[in-house]
Ligand binder design. Structure first.
Ligand SMILES: Cc1cc2nc3c(=O)[nH]c(=O)nc-3n(C[C@H](O)[C@H](O)[C@H](O)COP(=O)(O)OP(=O)(O)OC[C@H]3O[C@@H](n4cnc5c(N)ncnc54)[C@H](O)[C@@H]3O)c2cc1C
Ligand code: SF4
Length: 336
């Protein structure tokens, strides 16, 4: 059994106190919500915080408020189970409910939170290993080393964004509220991410994600499909979030966002553009799926081969769009 290293745990009861606690503890502090990603990373020596600021005692960070008509505000410490099973989320923001319900296993969804999920660490075969394993291969620049073992000539880390909910939230135009020493600000979820496997979040380390805000559902339909080896609990090796706003049968707006293909969720804007002004037919879906495979440039640093993952991107995008069009009857389930 790998043990957790020693650390100081503080458990503020308000957002204001949590912001102060992080600022007081300085660069050696980290935030923890459900701990389902952070604690395993601490055990493997990937994170070495001296102080953890726990968010679970802050009541105002939990729960779902609002309506599909006005928009929903989800507290960052709302568990993934609560998000996946919330009737309004499931009905009007199906892609988000599906993505939350496909994270890991029931136990981890009961502890893991939506805020933790959008901030979850990037992943790589050379990084998500024990300290001894990483030491044996000479470490890499994401932790303790100075080169990238996947792309040795590269001056950056290519670890993969592996959040299930981030692409789904992005496809529906979600915004993120952050609280920090300088006050509160709300940004589109796209602005939360930075294309680098190490500095993958653009928020400051002392900023807390307080809410995730979904705009009015307003004619949007959404779906999320996930590729992974073991359907019981694996991280995504591909996530496809698709959302369209229909007027009658015509697509007025569309967003397709790919997860686990880069260090950030990757929006397939050209593919979405193919759909606008069109009906969702087999032909338009095929054309959009062809265009969507372009932005997916997976490297050989997660499960399954990267040429296979690129090929499957096209197929999963087509299936997600077919689901939105109600054309998926008889298709194989694409969330294995
Ligand atoms: C076996 C296993 C399988 C998993 N499978 C999946 C999977 O299929 N899909 C998937 O997406 N994830 C998966 N995970 C990762 C993890 O369980 C989820 O991402 C979960 O949602 C993380 O939420 P948490 O509340 O536990 O985050 P924590 O572990 O508490 O924190 C994760 C990160 O987010 C930061 N953080 C947490 N809350 C906030 C906040 N409010 N503001 C700012 N920063 C914050 C923490 O500092 C930390 O860096 C898996 C984990 C394990 C161990
Ligand atoms: S992509 Fe390179 S630097 Fe990043 S975790 Fe993997 S091996 Fe390390």
């Amino acid at each position: 059994m790998i043990r957790l290293p020693a650390f100081t745990y503080v458990s503020p009861k308000t957002i204001e106190r949590a912001v102060r606690a992080v600022a007081d503890a300085g660069p050696d502090a980290m935030l923890v919500a459900g701990g389902t990603d952070l604690y395993p990373n601490m055990k493997r020596g990937q994170f070495e915080p001296k102080t953890l600021v726990g968010l679970r005692a802050i009541r105002e960070l939990r729960g779902v408020a609002g309506s599909a008509r006005a928009g929903l505000t989800i507290g960052s410490c709302t568990t993934l189970t609560a998000v996946a099973t919330h009737p309004e989320v499931a009905r009007a923001y199906a892609g988000v409910a599906t993505a939350a319900g496909l994270v890991s296993s029931p136990q981890l969804r009961n502890m893991g939170t939506l805020g933790g999920n959008v901030c979850v660490d990037t992943r790589c075969n050379y990084y998500n290993q024990s300290y001894e394993w990483r030491k044996a291969v000479g470490f890499c620049m994401k932790k303790d080393g100075d080169i990238c073992l996947v792309a040795p000539g590269s001056d950056r880390c290519w670890a993969v964004s592996s959040s299930d909910t981030a692409p789904a939230l992005w496809s529906l135009g979600a915004r993120i509220t952050l609280a920090g020493p300088a006050g509160e600000r709300t940004v589109p979820i796209a602005a939360l991410y930075h294309d680098d496997g190490i500095q993958y979040l653009s928020k400051r380390p002392d900023e807390i994600v307080t809410t995730i805000v979904l705009p009015p559902a307003d004619g949007w339909r959404s779906a999320y499909l996930k590729l992974r080896r073991r359907g019981s609990f694996d991280f995504p090796v591909l996530g496809v979030a698709a959302a369209v706003r229909l007027e009658g049968e015509v697509v007025r707006e569309a967003r397709i966002v790919l997860g686990a293909v880069a260090s950030v969720p990757r929006e397939a804007t050209r593919a979405a553009g193919v759909l606008v002004g069109q009906r969702l037919t087999t032909e338009t879906i095929e054309a959009a799926a062809d265009a969507a495979a372009g932005p997916a440039r997976p490297l050989d640093n997660t499960d399954l081969t990267h040429p296979y993952r690129k090929k499957v991107t096209r197929i999963y995008v087509a299936r997600a769009l077919a689901r939105l069009a109600g054309l998926d009857a008889g298709m194989p389930e694409a969330s294995a």
